[in-house]
Design a protein around this ligand. Sequence first.
Ligand code: TMP
Length: 220
Amino acid sequence: MSGVFLTFEGIEGSGKSTQIRRLSAHLHTCGVDVVLTREPGGTDIGRALRRVLLSTEGEPPHPSTELLLYAADRAQHLSEVIEPALERGAVVLCDRYLDATLAYQGYGRELGVDRVLELHAAPPLDRRPDRTLLIDLDPEDGIARARARNRDLGLEAEEGRFEAEQIRFHQKVRAGYLELAGAEPGRFRLISGDGTEEEVEARVLSAVTDLWPSLREISR
Ligand code: TMP
């Protein structure tokens, strides 16, 4: 028995974390065995890595260090959480995955897609999602939303490194995501992040109702 591996991607403030939580709740209501998780930080080791990666103190990591730490987080996450859940037939909803490394480190930090993919060629890192929902938003809107959220949560000092990046960086990341989606139309669903949470949710649901027809009732 093999489950379904669904990932959510998008720039900061795209609303993907809100949407993945909503989808998880709907699937749960429909009686589906759902595992909601995220990268970085889906395991104890991953949470320690997340603190290192998103800290604003001291020297920022070298782009190669950053790449290897995201891959380390993913290797642990796959072996400890994702693969066991898929083996028992669960639906794994993951907030960011390999496409985030391709977009942020490959395109944003300009390490290149090939270098990222090479690192993900062997087990456990060779697992690919069954479907990826890319919530697309203009970086100016996304950063404004992410800043407001971090202020509300008091996260500015701890998790602010990426939000403090230049808008140009986020534009490279967005362009990277769009290129990845264009190259794999079978796996990706491109969803506009514009509008209210409810409007985006309706788009998310219609992007997965072929997998779970019972969600059609909710999206009405
Ligand atoms: P989050 O705010 O969605 O939890 O993501 C944390 C940050 O980590 C976000 O700025 C994107 C970044 N990131 C990468 O740069 N590469 C990766 O592979 C992943 C998973 C996240």
